[in-house]
Design a protein around this ligand. Sequence first.
Ligand code: HEM
Length: 457
Amino acid sequence: MGTVMQTQTYLDMPASTDLDHIPGRYGWPLIGRTYEVVRELPALLDEHMSEYGPVSRIGFNFQRGLLVLHPDQFQEIFLDRGRNFSSTMGYSTSIGQFYNGALITQDFDVHRVQRHIFQRSFTIESLQGYIEMMNPIVRDSIEGWDEISDLRLLQHVRQMLLDIGARVFFGLDDLRGPEAAKMHKAFFDITQKGLMSLFKRDVPGFKFHAGLSGKRFLAEYYRSLIPLRRENPGRDLCSMLVTERDENGDYWPDDLLIPQLSLLQFAAHDTTTGALSHAMMYLAQAENQGLQERLRQISFGYDEDFLDIKQLRTLHEHERALQEALRFHPSVTLIPRRTVRECELGGYRVPAHTMLYLAPRWAQTSESWWTNPMAFDPNRFSESRQEQRNHRFAYVPFGGGAHKCIGMHFAFLAAKIVLHQLLRRYRFSLQEGYDCKCDMIPMPAPTKGLPMVAERL
Ligand code: HEM
């Protein structure tokens, strides 16, 4: 009974701002340091670490909270032995407004039960089915890139991964048909309008309204899809999810499944786009042409463009390039949580209901755990070096603990399919004068759409 009472209480409480006893800088009124997070994240993280330490107060996105930088605290928060850290409340003012009820926004026992629903979705057999759907989409998507005069790789990767999502997650056959177009529009309305909006009004004309309309559209669309996939299940992820049964042998309720289906494209798309396009950016740099060639030779070691799950798993060096890109550019730059009760973090008393922002990038580029951390050196992840093991939580682009990314293997497989096929088809270099930089919103990705030259082999 006590637990139930507590659970209800923390969900109803306003955020705490009683943080003045902790060093740090809130920044500007209201927006806090949001601009610097978006424009100069590495510098801001270095400043906080050197001036205020691993836990410091910060203003971000109209809220006050604590910036958390050290892997020791990541460990404490991700493992959360005392059930002190809420994802529901951490995400409540951001993606929770569009994906409430989805796995990533759930806490504790409810989260554990919901995660169970995905158990068949990521088995080896399911992944092999997804791979078979992905291979031809990638082949068709990358056709003719050498004929594009000003190739902006990012937009092609984005479209390819949207197509993959439509087919692999939802079983859509016609990737250019009206159904796919409406789904993609709703997705963009959420991610590029709703989530970016400053004024959170559900009134026509406001971006927030466009985002909520996208959410409502998708909910109805998935509601109509669920019976179709149950009647005639395919090998897509939606079919796996909606045919799962609870302990009584019944299907899970639609209202529980719909938010999970909505979350899939969001959780998978921009994150994988970022990892893949950053990896391509590094591989295309003049100083990494040798590495690019090495990966190509590994890919040419296979007879086929289409690999299966076993073969993809042997592409270790491709995977390391992706891991290294994610070390510099974790797709989720600030992982949010909110304290459920007063607790201690980094030696400070942290009040109940305090927002926490975990920033993987500082630890992922710190000399404390990485050799020559600013060098692009995928081999640091090799069997013989394994620098990611220097601290269990110094490398957390997929988070950790109960909420650790459920699609991590899927993401690596998808990205390796793309790398493998691309490198067998083209040699890549950056367009002259391109200055490799990163945009942070809506998610980290190379600037200017990543201008590239693809030379047909
Ligand atoms: C490179 C690609 C990806 C990155 C960097 C990434 C990153 C993350 C991170 C950091 C979290 C933890 C968030 C938190 O603790 O609050 C997470 C959770 C999640 N991811 Fe991923 N992700 C990627 C790809 C994917 C893909 C492809 C899928 C689906 C097929 C996916 C589905 C999810 C889901 C459902 C969760 C919530 C898990 C839970 O709360 O239990 N992700 N991801």
